[in-house]
Design a protein around this ligand. Structure first.
Ligand code: GLP
Length: 241
């Protein structure tokens, strides 16, 4: 694992943006794996800036998002699809038909998960996968206890995740309890992974990610076994290392 220590959230975002723009420029038809949550918002803002100022084009870029809440349609402001449109897609020249997010209201959700995997494979896999880190070690919505061999599927969310994500909803009762998420094995197939981590609240989780035992009880620990992972983390997040 390569660890890039940065000062703060803003520097994490600009560093991640530089890395991503480099891959967009050097890979012919880049396929990016994207994450939601608070962590990558600064990266997306930087990408929009780069598009506007430096005229970096996203026309040849395809994106796959990691996950989506079950029961939330793409026009629901709490859906991850809506989040991505608002925070990134609506502000750059990417083709909407090249921005894939799992459909959380598909009539056959199991089939949706299978089809999502096929789509990724059809695009030749993911060149660069962006990840955030759950305080309980989850990556995407793969909660502690998830098999490392998991593929894209329907999952139940842990109570810690419901609590953590309640801040985006009017009340905790509104937080969906299930999601469709790329599996751990699906994520690990990304040719390159960049994990973004910011803030003291993630320090314990980052410590386990980097130095802890590789165990299904702490999903992010699997990243220790990937050949091409870069962690971009700020001083606060790295304070226990
Ligand atoms: C969410 C998402 C993850 C994200 C994580 C951390 O539940 N499913 O993909 O990485 O939790 O979120 P945040 O960046 O807001 O701390």
């Amino acid at each position: 694992m390569k660890i890039i220590k940065v000062k703060d959230y803003d520097e994490m975002s600009t560093t991640a943006c530089e890395l991503m723009v480099d891959r967009i420029k050097t890979i012919k038809n880049p396929v990016l794996g994207l994450a939601t949550g608070s962590t990558p918002i600064g990266l997306y803002e930087q990408l929009i800036e780069t598009y506007k100022q430096d005229h970096v084009s996203f026309k040849n870029v395809t994106t796959f998002n990691l996950d989506e809440y079950i029961g939330l349609a793409k026009d629901n402001p709490n859906s991850y699809h809506f989040f991505m449109s608002e925070k990134l897609f609506n502000h750059i020249d990417i083709s909407p038909e090249k921005t894939y997010v799992p459909n959380g209201v598909a009539s056959d959700l199991k089939q949706e998960a299978v089809d999502y995997e096929r789509l990724i494979q059809k695009e030749n896999g993911i060149d660069l996968q962006v990840l955030g880190l759950g305080t309980n070690g989850h990556i995407a919505f793969n909660e502690p206890g998830t098999k490392f061999s998991s593929r894209t599927d329907i999952v139940d969310l842990a109570q810690a995740t419901l609590d953590a994500n309640a801040r985006f909803f009017d009340s905790i009762d509104e937080v969906p309890t299930q999601a469709v998420t790329m599996g751990i094995e699906s994520i690990m197939e990304g040719r390159e992974i960049v994990l973004l981590v910011s803030g003291e609240g993630k320090a314990e989780a980052l410590k386990s990610t980097i130095n802890g035992e590789v165990t299904e009880d702490f999903p992010a620990s699997i990243l220790q076994t990937h050949q091409n992972v870069t962690i971009i983390a700020d001083e606060a997040a790295l304070s226990l290392i």
